[in-house]
Ligand binder design. Structure first.
Ligand SMILES: *Cc1c(COP(=O)(O)O)cnc(C)c1O
Length: 398
């Protein structure tokens, strides 16, 4: 019996349109696969920034923890606090640059690890922390080739030694970020690793360092164990996708996301009918067009117009005409079985067929990361087990 609460109605109404389906079991599986890849002595930090690459950060983090994740990374303080509020107790590293006194209090209160890139930032953190009698653990970021955050690596050892004199801070980790770990040519990665190693050597002077050293993203984790150090920071692979074509199939990863929507209207039009804005597509034959209730405001890139398709019961139906904000059209002329209310798959598996984020990103000139985190909050995130079956009519009752 469905209860006729306002929440229930809202959920069902949303589900009747389009949704993101998240397979938490796949995230747990992928974490185990990555754990196996790195071995028992390397820690696994699950990167769940940007709402878990669009999958939902709390659900992703819990699923990754079940697969053996030791720690989490996010971009902002707000994302980190959100994870704490969703019950995650593990270490959380904030990858973004924090520079306000208030951020220091936030890190202390919520037990978050800030990233330190400059001496001024370190002094400010120290001043605020020591005022409160606190000693805040931090991770120092070295810029070895991103020219983004981090201290220029040549100044890395001096910065760390300076921070070690500040009693409000304790350097717990040292890391850097690779600019081209997914490239076929390992040249830049080798150079970055060499710079990273030079800083470590200057620090330890032959003595073992007690710092947690981390450098690898998904691509480096998959491609090269010498980049693993004490911990790896994995994002994309956690969600079941290889960071590059040449790394595909290397590990048995399972894609965790599917994006599905519903056919809301079917119409038959004569040959020569202009379809959607600007009539960029014109039917060549009498056609059966199906309207699907998802558009670019939901995260289907408008650049995919006429370059994508949807799956229904193992068939691929071409999308035609310009993708609009809330809807897109598909050509169902050769698919008379497609009916109003049918569920179509835009991304992910439909039985044995599938459409990958890489197929989308290659068709519109971007990267799979951009596709995954581009799905808007208008699409509810549903656990894979809870969503309607393929082709089902969703019974809306209240
Ligand atoms: C996003 C991010 C990662 C994860 O990268 P993937 O390629 O998705 O594995 C790791 N480290 C830093 C600093 C990041 O910003």
């Amino acid at each position: 019996m469905l209860v006729s609460s306002p929440e229930r109605q809202a959920t069902l109404l949303e589900r009747s349109r389009a949704w993101v389906e998240v397979d938490e079991g796949a995230i747990t599986h992928n974490t185990r696969v990555l754990r196996q890849r790195i071995g028992p002595h390397v820690k696994l930090m699950a990167v769940v920034k940007a709402n878990g690459y669009g999958h939902g950060d709390g659900a992703t983090a819990h699923a990754a923890r079940a697969g053996g994740a030791d720690a989490f990374a996010v971009a902002s303080l707000a994302e980190a606090v959100g994870l704490r509020q969703q019950g995650l107790q593990e270490p959380i590293l904030v990858l973004g640059h924090l520079s306000q006194a208030d951020d220091v209090h936030g890190c202390w209160h919520w037990r978050l690890l800030p990233t330190i890139s400059t001496l001024d930032q370190a002094r400010m953190f120290h001043a605020v922390a020591s005022d409160s009698g606190a000693c805040l653990p931090v991770h120092v970021n070295l810029d070895t080739g991103m020219a983004r955050l981090g201290v220029p690596w040549q100044e890395g050892a001096a910065l760390i030694q300076a921070i070690q004199q500040l009693d409000g801070l304790r350097v717990e980790g040292i890391y850097s970020h690779l600019a081209a770990a997914d490239a076929l040519d390992p040249g830049l990665t080798r150079q970055q690793q060499k710079s990273f190693d030079q800083v470590l050597a200057a620090l330890t002077n032959g003595k073992p360092a007690r710092l947690c050293r981390h450098l690898a993203n998904s691509a480096a984790t998959m491609a090269n164990p010498s980049l693993h150090y004490d911990m790896v920071r994995v994002g994309l692979a956690l969600y079941g996708h290889a960071p590059a074509g040449h790394l595909e199939g290397m590990l048995p990863l399972q894609p965790a996301m599917a994006v599905r929507s519903r056919v809301t209207l079917i119409k038959t039009v004569p040959a020569g009918t202009g379809v959607s804005y600007d009539h960029r597509y014109r039917t060549k034959r009498p056609s059966r067009l199906a309207v699907v209730a998802i558009g670019y405001a939901d995260g289907v890139p408008r650049l995919l117009s006429s370059r994508m398709g949807v799956l229904h019961r193992g068939h691929r139906l071409p999308q035609v005409g310009t993708i609009t904000m809330d809807q897109l059209m598909i050509d169902a002329t050769d698919h008379p079985q497609l009916h109003t209310g049918a569920v179509v798959t835009l991304l992910g598996h439909d039985g044995t067929t599938a459409i990958s984020p890489r197929q989308w990103s290659e068709a519109c000139g971007t990267i799979p990361w951009d596709i995954l985190c581009g799905f808007s909050n208008r699409l509810p995130r549903l656990s894979a087990g809870r969503s309607p079956q393929q082709g089902d009519q969703l019974a809306l009752q209240w």
